[in-house]
Write a protein that binds this ligand. Structure first.
Ligand SMILES: Cc1ncc(COP(=O)(O)O)c(C=O)c1O
Length: 399
């Protein structure tokens, strides 16, 4: 009788290696998503992964349901539905007086995650160098591995997360294809200043490199810090790729709708990669995205204020528990210095936090290439309900 068992078979190491591409050989599991799994397993309050635990805006949910019922359910134009691209163009015109041609300069994709990898695959070749500020959002590392590009890291130095201009200049060379800039920044909360961005823009022009920016926290800034898209600076319109998404600004991280803006020649290559990677982002959610991008200015000031209050609440809770926090001026994370607790490293501390205290955070080392550089930090997020933050306060008393 035929063997109909579907149980997974344990394969030899040799076979596993044969079918593992060299592109993925150096991948590690996402530490952030691993922390979420551990948090679920131990019933810990999840202050690890950056997604809101409060409801998404009701009008957006209604718009998404209506779009499905109105039968916006088939493949979209691969680079985005016309109304959504028009809404993106209108939003950048309104917010920054930037003009983007929806027909030739906008690509809608599955979140900024896809936007980043599609942009890198479209513009870099194996052997190119990509400059990344460290600590960095963890995806940038595997993104460069998938492209076969090498990373040049430049430190953002605590507590104000500034960079050394000479170190940055030294990182640029004739092999530099691009620099990735994430502002407002995850995990540090740094908002790059106009002066810093001007310095970077000058280097991009001097070394004929692209600036690829991840701006998904653009509307989450505090104490009057202003987000500046580097693409708006002189000489940068044709050498910047701006990546953004609905995820954080509209509290819909699961919708997976983002966009990439860039000059027509860059967009042309990005669209080709995007088409074959994913075809397109969900049609009904793009339809609802039109409403999202048409929110009045007060929506964005309320968003910042809402997160400022949560930031202040979490900082107070962490400081009360003896954790030394580093003040964030943007995004929705706070880094804490754990050196005074005497744990061997950040991983041991976070494990203790999840398993015995009941609060999940992300080990700082996951934002650094050399884990030792980040092992005295852990990152908490505050895009959570006040009840969640209060529950964390109660549990952190066990620290
Ligand atoms: C800096 C940064 N970029 C990108 C992402 C993922 O964005 P998206 O949901 O648009 O793919 C995150 C999510 O936490 C992030 O922090």
């Amino acid at each position: 009788m035929a063997n109909t068992s579907v149980a997974p078979v344990e394969h030899s190491t040799e076979r596993r290696e044969r079918f593992r591409s060299s592109r993925t050989a150096h991948f590690t599991e996402s530490v952030i998503r691993e922390m979420t799994r551990l948090a679920v397993m131990h019933g810990a309050v999840n202050l690890a992964q950056g997604f809101p635990d409060f409801p998404a805006p009701a009008n957006l949910k209604d718009a998404a349901c209506e779009a499905i019922l109105a039968d916006f359910n088939q493949y979209p134009i691969t680079w985005g539905t016309k109304p959504f691209r028009a809404a993106i163009a209108a939003k950048y015109q309104r917010t920054y007086a930037l003009e983007f041609d929806p027909e030739r300069e906008i690509t809608v994709c599955c979140g900024s995650t896809e936007g980043m990898i599609a942009s890198l695959l479209a513009t870099t070749n194996p052997g190119d160098e990509i400059i990344i500020f460290e600590p960095y959002y963890e995806n940038y590392h595997p993104d460069t591995l998938l492209c076969g590009a090498s990373r040049k890291l430049v430190s953002l130095r605590a507590p104000d997360w500034t960079f050394d201009r000479e170190e940055l200049r030294a990182a640029f060379s004739k092999n530099t294809k691009a620099i990735i800039i994430n502002t407002p920044n995850n995990p540090t909360g740094k908002v790059f200043t106009l002066d810093e961005l001007t310095f970077i823009a000058d280097l991009c022009q001097e070394f004929d490199a692209l600036a690829i920016t991840d701006e998904i926290y653009e509307h989450i800034t505090y104490e009057g810090r202003q987000h500046v898209p580097i693409i708006s600076l002189p000489g940068m319109r044709d050498r910047s790729i701006l990546i953004n998404s609905l995820s954080k600004t509209y509290s819909v991280t699961g919708w997976r709708v983002g966009w990439v803006l860039g000059a027509p020649d860059l967009t042309d290559s990005i669209r080709k990669v995007h088409d074959f990677l994913t075809v397109g982002a969900a049609t009904p959610l793009q339809q609802a995205g039109v409403l999202a991008l048409s929110q009045p200015d007060s929506y964005y000031s309320d968003l910042s204020e809402h997160y400022r209050q949560r930031r202040d609440a979490l900082v107070e809770i962490l400081e009360g528990a003896g954790l030394k926090t580093i003040h964030p001026y943007g995004a929705y994370y706070v880094m804490a210095d754990i050196s005074s607790f005497g744990y061997p490293n950040d991983i041991a501390f976070v494990k203790h936090l999840i398993e015995n205290v009941g609060v999940a955070a992300v080990p700082g080392s996951s934002f650094f290439e050399d884990p030792r550089k980040g092992d005295k930090y852990i990152r908490f997020c505050f895009c959570k309900k006040y009840e969640t933050l209060e529950e964390a306060r109660t549990r952190l008393r066990r620290l």
